[in-house]
Ligand binder design. Sequence first.
Ligand code: ZN
Length: 219
Amino acid sequence: MSKPCPLSPTIGLPPPEPESCLVTSRVSSFKGGTLIAEDVRDLDAHLRRICDPDGYRPDRCPRCGHDVLHVHSYPERHPRGEPGMPPVVRVVQYMCAADKCSATWRILPMFLARHLWRAWKTVERVALPGEMSSAWLPVPERTQYRWRARLAAAARVLVVLLAASGGFVLDSVAAQVGLDASRAELVHAYAEQIDVLRGARLAAVAALTHRLERGIRLM
Ligand SMILES: [Zn+2]
């Protein structure tokens, strides 16, 4: 039997606080970081881009604004357990050519989940409430539990981020769910308003929050 679901009704109680790794900005503390390519939504699109050194090259360094960045390396990602996904997916890392900067920027296609070692599709199928049971997926029960707990945690930091973004739609999503929403509730509200397809909902909210404040994580 699986462990008790962290999403069992908690009527009247606010959702638990998220882990600190999910709400720590990385904008100023790191020299470089990860940029998410929000227009690359599947493996085919990624393979077309990655074979060209210019495919993912940013126009400017987000840290210093310098307009020359060189390919630095091709780090490997291993998105386990997603049908059709190869065991190894190469991504690209660029380095800013400005002497005083040298920031490195890793470009991640939108369909890969930062830090979770999976494709977002896999995570969504397992962890988003309302999805079909996915007992057949090779995802350890402990991992499934951790993902669900993260989505059940308070979305307060993300809601504030959306409300402060200045976008009308994002502001209305924030107003709709309120400060006491869970992260899963925020994802559902956002997907409904923006009309995001199943399988792409977690990726969409994760990319959005990372764009608004680098390092802030949905889960
Ligand atoms: Zn730079």
